[in-house]
Design a protein around this ligand. Structure first.
Ligand code: HEM
Length: 508
């Protein structure tokens, strides 16, 4: 009897499972997936079909297939979302179900899966994101501590460039150390000298991680690749570099949280660690369930460092590079700053409205450089239906921001050239366009957007006020061809910074 009941139960379970499989397969068959521009290879899919020039490749596939096309990275379906209308539909209108992240090797490499902001999903991500935004907002209000911390670094950076007395310099390196120091000051209340070997090493590690992102993408979807001898996919390099960044931050945090440091830290209210710990304590006291703990704090600080360093420093480097390739723009920037600010004081955030041309130069730099061309991958938390196409739950999504920032239908037939005038109206005022989305859109929009904008304005206005930037060989300026990893960075170049305060407003 018991045997009969058991076999009948097994039969029923098997029938239900088969039924589920049938309906699952049927629904997959019925669902119309976005078209595939190229045939996937067995096992690896399209992971090696994307050529060196990924921008041009995605452009071609976008015009071949439309706003949604499918690729397979290993066995995983990846949908590339292109064009402003489709990006808005998927990431804003369906933002509630398109904002998870796929598993990323970079987290695993430092033993911190599902922690922090950038790579976490669901409740942990929501709490850490909103806590971080609240803290940054608090710092930006009232005393405007954010702008003060940026100012401190701007002054040091400008002095450092002036000291060179016209010697050529790798501007992006100097900007990287300065910008990283801004994040360091905000998160742990400490800054380092430009020549501090440990900090320089950490900043270099951040750059190396961004460079190795192609290998990381392959490992994300085909984890066995990390075991291939010779570190072909840079698994070890990514792990070592991420750990260097994490180790420095762990060391500083334990320093400021030690008995002696804790007191000093309390007196120095106004760093992320202090504000985070206060919120964590309040939630624990109130008996609330919270993800605010030590691991999530460390990972969030690592995230702020990684997301906030390469982005801002490479935008600064792009801006100067575009300008030495188009000197007439520099003349106009200098004229505006000389007229509106002069030399007696450094520009402040209150001057932003008085410098619309510089505002246009910054926007045009961000548009053309398109420094995170394919944003950061998202993942569909549910099936997403757009017209007659269904993107199944679990699909990895690539927001093709580049397709919007370079779209000739939005920006005109000269969309691929540097032309700040496109952001200036007939009365000389700055134009704001909703299609300007270098910080992405939707619930995952960049957490550091406000800080990034403050940094770009304060660094670039002070740099142009003080210097005339010149290519070493003005007839043969450095290339505009980017190196594309997670970020599109300029190839390393040296530039000459002529001190305008010493050289009577040099403009040529
Ligand atoms: C020029 C400057 C910057 C640009 C262009 C930029 C752009 C972006 C983009 C495109 C994303 C991906 C959004 C998505 O997943 O759809 C992002 C995410 C993020 N950015 Fe930025 N960013 C900049 C500066 C910063 C700064 C200064 C910080 C640090 C304070 C920062 C922190 C973050 C974080 C934490 C995320 C992850 C947000 C999340 O997953 O919820 N970014 N940024």
């Amino acid at each position: 009897m018991l045997q009969l009941e058991l076999s009948s139960a097994m039969f029923t379970t098997a029938a239900i499972l088969l039924g589920c499989c049938y309906f699952f397969l049927q629904s997959r068959r019925n669902a119309k997936l976005p078209p595939c521009p190229v045939r996937p290879w067995p096992l690896v899919g399209n992971i090696f079909s994307v050529g060196e020039d990924i921008r041009a490749q995605f452009r071609a596939w976008h015009s071949q297939c439309g706003g949604l096309f499918s690729l397979y990275f290993g066995p995983t379906l990846v949908v590339v979302v292109s064009g402003y209308k489709t990006i808005k539909e998927v990431f804003v209108q369906r933002g509630a179900v398109s904002s998870d992240r796929p598993r990323m090797y970079m987290n695993e490499a430092i033993g911190m899966d599902e922690t922090g902001i950038i790579f976490a999903s669901g409740a942990i991500w929501k709490e850490l994101r909103s806590t971080t935004l609240q803290i940054l907002k608090e710092f930006g209000l009232g005393t405007n501590m954010l702008a003060d911390k940026v100012h401190e670094e701007v002054e040091i950076c400008v002095d450092k460039l002036a000291e060179l007395d016209g010697e050529p310099v790798d501007l992006q390196h100097v900007a990287r150390v300065s910008v990283s120091n801004v994040i360091c000051n905000i998160t742990v209340g400490k800054r380092f000298g430009h020549d501090d070997p440990r900090f320089k090493g950490t900043v270099e590690s951040l750059m190396r991680v961004a460079e190795s992102s192609r290998g990381a993408t392959a490992i994300n979807f085909l984890p066995f690749l990390k075991y291939i001898p010779g570190d072909m996919f840079k698994a070890k390099q990514i792990g070592d570099n991420m750990n260097r960044v994490k180790d420095l931050l762990v060391e500083i945090v334990s320093e400021i949280e030690s008995t002696a440091g804790a007191k000093a830290n309390e007196d120095r209210e106004g760093n992320y660690v202090f504000s985070y710990r206060r919120r964590e304590h309040e939630k624990m006291q109130a008996g609330k369930k919270t993800s605010l703990d030590y691991d999530n704090m460390i990972k969030t600080i690592v995230d702020l460092f990684s997301a906030g360093t390469e982005t801002v420093s490479s935008t600064i480097a792009w801006c100067v590079l575009f300008i030495i390739n188009k000197p007439s723009v520099q003349v106009k920037v200098h004229e505006e700053i000389d007229r509106e600010i002069g030399q007696q004081r450094q520009p402040t955030m209150a001057d932003q409205a008085r410098l619309p041309y510089l505002g246009a130069v910054i926007k045009e730099t961000q548009r053309l450089a398109s420094i995170i061309p394919f944003s950061i991958m998202h993942k569909a938390a549910e099936d997403i239906t757009i017209g007659d196409i269904t993107i199944p739950k679990g699909t990895a999504l690539i927001p093709n921001l580049d397709s919007v920032l370079h779209d000739p239908e939005i920006w005109g037939s000269d969309a691929d050239t540097f032309n700040p005038e496109r952001f200036i109206d007939k009365d000389g005022a700055l134009i704001h366009r909703e299609e300007f989305i270098p910080f992405s859109i939707g619930p995952r929009i960049c957490v550091g957007e406000a800080l990034g904008k403050i940094e770009l304005f304060l660094f670039l206005s002070a740099m142009f006020q003080r210097f005339h930037f010149k290519a070493i060989d003005p007839l043969n300026p450095p290339t505009l061809k980017p190196n594309i990893g997670i970020t599109a960075v300029p190839a390393i170049y040296d530039v000459i910074c002529i001190d305008r305060f010493k050289n009577n407003h040099v403009n040529v």
